[in-house]
Design a protein around this ligand. Structure first.
Ligand code: HEM
Ligand SMILES: *[C@@H]1O[C@H](CO)[C@@H](O)[C@H](O)[C@H]1NC(C)=O
Length: 319
């Protein structure tokens, strides 16, 4: 017969193996070592966005590119060196991912507020991404913390990131490999309600894709000529209605075919995700809730915890 003691041991056993990762992060992780971390990150993130409206979008993306590459371990923040080429110089990030200086500034402020280097760069990025969503008008959610920083970047892991040139099937596979279903992928893609993309990324779409509003494509062609290497850096909003305002307009843009990423329009192109796009377009609060849940889930992608990794003093290099 099972004694209460044995039952207790079994309960511990099963809760441990069923959620080995979720069990480790907690909102109160820094309650005694750095109680002001959330306040400090929020005000620093707010100042950065007040200085440059686009920065909120850039920080949200940085968090995504951290978590999808070998987990949320601050790996993307490490500078490339000749000896150890990192994640920054790879195709998805080079001349594209931005906001590194802002993370440096926030880290300095957090360390000053808490009298030492007690908070990981990976956690600072996770909190700053949430604060960016909120600052731009999106939903709030709690950020469990306790991540530690990688002692090496994961350059090869950047191939896990989805590409703007990909079709729906490959996009679904890449998200599925990280544990996200189609609905979660569409919700997370709603982050494209804010931010910008470069001509180099949308050129092919505005000249070759047929599932784009023709007048919209023509208007973009004026500053993004056909020839590769000309005006590659010209920016256009991912969501033409309100690039600095977090809402569900992105889903309306998909329905109107006024999007600039091939991958975005794949979410509404006669396939299995069309109905999800319509749902989010019709129900902003459904989108908000699903987006917040998916962001927390993304923040749980294989973090380093306990004695793994380190707490970097400088987010750009290992200690
Ligand atoms: C579904 C697969 C996705 C693809 C293929 C994709 C691709 C891209 C590309 C190509 C850009 C423009 C980069 C440039 O021109 O330099 C971009 C920007 C952005 N992405 Fe994604 N993305 C995806 C999903 C996500 C997710 C899940 C998030 C966050 C939750 C996200 C957040 C952002 C944000 C906020 C920007 C604008 C950044 C800025 O203005 O600095 N993306 N994305
Ligand atoms: C359009 O597609 C063709 C064929 O794939 C390609 O060679 C060309 O570079 C594309 N045009 C642009 C502007 O990307």
């Amino acid at each position: 017969m099972a004694t209460p003691n044995k039952i207790f041991v079994l309960i511990i056993f099963f809760t441990t193996i069923s959620s080995p990762v979720l069990a480790q992060l907690s909102v109160g992780f820094y309650a005694s070592t750095c109680p002001s971390v959330f306040d400090t990150v929020r005000s620093a993130t707010r100042s950065a966005i007040n200085r440059e409206a686009r920065m909120g979008a850039s920080l949200i993306r940085l968090f995504f590119h951290d978590c999808f590459v070998n987990g949320c371990d601050g790996g993307i923040l490490l500078d490339d060196t000749t000896a150890v080429p990192g994640e920054k110089g790879t195709l998805p990030n080079a001349n594209s991912a931005r906001g590194y200086e802002v993370i440096d500034t926030i880290k300095t402020q957090v360390d000053r507020a808490c009298g030492g280097s007690r908070v990981s760069c990976a956690d600072i990025l996770a909190i700053a991404a949430r604060d960016s969503v909120v600052e731009l008008g999106g939903p709030s959610y709690s950020v469990p913390v306790g991540r530690r920083d990688a002692r090496a970047p994961s350059r090869a892991g950047t191939s896990d990131l989805p590409g703007f040139f990909e079709d729906l099937g490959p996009l679904l596979s890449k998200f599925s490999a990280k544990g996200f279903n189609a609905r979660e992928m569409v919700a997370l893609s709603g982050a494209h309600t804010v931010g910008q993309a470069r001509c180099a990324v949308y050129r092919n779409r505005i000249y070759n894709d047929t599932n784009i509003d023709p007048a919209y494509a023509t208007s973009l062609q004026a500053n993004c000529p056909r020839a590769t290497g000309t005006n590659d850096g010209t920016l256009a909003p991912l969501d033409p209605q309100s690039p600095n305002r977090f809402g569900n307009n992105y889903f309306q843009a998909l329905i109107n075919r006024r999007t600039i990423l091939h991958s975005d329009q794949e979410l509404f192109n006669g396939g299995s995700t069309d109905s999800i796009v319509r749902d989010y377009s019709d129900n902003p609060s459904t989108f908000s809730g699903d987006f917040a849940n998916a962001m927390v889930k993304m923040g749980n992608l294989s973090p380093l915890t306990g004695t793994q990794g380190e707490i970097r003093t400088n987010c750009r290099r290992i200690n």
